[in-house]
Design a protein around this ligand. Structure first.
Ligand SMILES: Cc1cc2nc3c(=O)[nH]c(=O)nc-3n(C[C@H](O)[C@H](O)[C@H](O)COP(=O)(O)OP(=O)(O)OC[C@H]3O[C@@H](n4cnc5c(N)ncnc54)[C@H](O)[C@@H]3O)c2cc1C
Length: 360
């Protein structure tokens, strides 16, 4: 049997992939592939995530003409970031506005917005990709075995450890730094109504967090990957317990790589007609690890490029996304004020914008 030929194959139905799928012109024959089954209730793969929709992502949702349905929200909604610097012992609270969501429900809601007419293969994983005579040959594995698919353009929207990026042998000058984000969930009858951000340069040069989620609190940390990541995580938890944090019954642990673009990270050099969007393309904030707004905006840029035509889509995407890459660089320039211990301490000591919280 001849393999099916698509104009565009989108690999990954996370926020970036489904947004692109939703915005593509119906004149294209498009296939959306994800190893998760976004139709079923119990997913086989659950993406580890803090599930906070930050103001930049709220603005992107508004641009996309979307509002969050109640079904994806999880209490409590959060208005404050409690910031702790474990090295100096300083603690401050800053007013911020986040929507607190259930990440899996959020992804399923976004996936439900993709037009019915668009073809999708869920519970299907891309395992091989080769370019042959101007067409990309993809091998997709599902419960029925291996299937070959041909596509003129392949879009890697498959997250931090993108298989599309790896298989198409993209070269990347000054690639983003990779961390291992570990999260543990704990039962809490009344979780504290704040998002905590914790800095401990002894354990990581990025940050750790606690987030209330329904009847649970999750503790997460972006750590240098390596055999000692879990030991670092436990050390962090011990320090927080010493600072008065309470973690109830252990519910589950999850881990996922997370990318952090550097100041000099250049766009990955992709083969002709392979585009990388969302975290696969390094579109994620290097200062806060906020990824939703960048997933949405890189998908919107890709949609505009592809809707204008499929020829030389990759170089046109690189040019079209240069403004977004500059936004990431601006975040890199802001990062030292958060991540250089001396500068952070200086800012926290001023007490500027600190919100006095009455704790029961
Ligand atoms: C622990 C943690 C906490 C985070 N918290 C937040 C937060 O609170 N707010 C925020 O804005 N950002 C957060 N982020 C970042 C955010 O999750 C990502 O930047 C965002 O999900 C990127 O969207 P994406 O669509 O590019 O990729 P993803 O959401 O990673 O989606 C990739 C999709 O590709 C699929 N896939 C992967 N490989 C294959 C394959 N070979 N074949 C088929 N399908 C494949 C996956 O199943 C997945 O559905 C967090 C990240 C981590 C790790």
């Amino acid at each position: 049997m001849n393999p099916e030929i698509y104009d565009i194959a989108i690999i990954g139905a996370g926020p970036a992939g489904v947004t692109l799928a939703r915005l593509l012109d119906p004149r294209f024959r498009v296939l959306l592939v994800d190893r998760r089954n976004l139709h079923e209730d119990e997913p086989r793969f659950r993406k580890a995530c803090g599930g906070l929709v930050a103001p930049d992502a709220q603005a992107m949702l508004a641009t996309l003409g979307l509002g969050l349905p109640q079904s994806v929200l999880v209490g409590p909604q959060l208005f404050v970031v409690r910031t702790l610097d474990l090295a100096s012992g300083l603690e401050r609270a800053y007013q911020r506005f986040y929507f607190n969501i259930d990440r899996e429900r959020f992804d399923r809601w976004l996936a439900s917005l993709v037009p019915e007419s668009l073809e999708r293969r869920y519970s299907a994983q891309v395992v091989d990709l080769r370019a042959e005579k101007g067409v990309h040959r993809l091998v997709v594995k599902d419960v029925n075995g291996m299937h070959e698919i041909h596509a003129r353009v392949v879009v890697g929207a498959d997250g931090a450890r993108s298989k599309v990026r790896a298989l198409s042998l993209c070269t990347w000058t000054s690639p983003p730094k990779e961390y291992l984000a570990v999260q543990e969930w704990f039962h809490a009858d009344t979780p504290p109504p704040w998002f905590s951000v914790v800095f401990d340069p002894g354990l990581t040069d990025f940050y750790a967090w606690t987030i209330p989620k329904g009847n649970a609190v999750l503790l997460g940390a972006a750590l240098p990957p390596g055999a000692d990541a879990l030991a670092r995580f436990h050390a962090l938890k011990g320090k927080l317990v010493d600072r008065g944090f309470r973690f109830g019954r252990f519910l589950r642990r999850e881990a996922h790589p997370i990318l952090r673009p550097r100041l000099l990270t250049r766009p990955p050099m992709t083969p002709e007609n392979v585009i990388l969007i969302g975290e696969a393309g390094g579109f994620i904030s290097p200062s806060s690890a906020e990824g939703f707004s960048y997933a949405f905006s890189s998908a919107m840029i890709a949609a505009a490029v592809l809707n204008a035509g499929l020829e030389a889509a990759a170089p046109r995407f690189t040019i079209a996304a240069s403004g977004l890459r500059w936004q990431l660089r601006m975040k890199n320039l802001k990062a030292p004020f958060m991540y250089r211990p001396f500068l952070r301490r200086m800012i926290m000591e001023t007490g500027i914008r600190h919100l006095e919280m009455k704790q029961p």
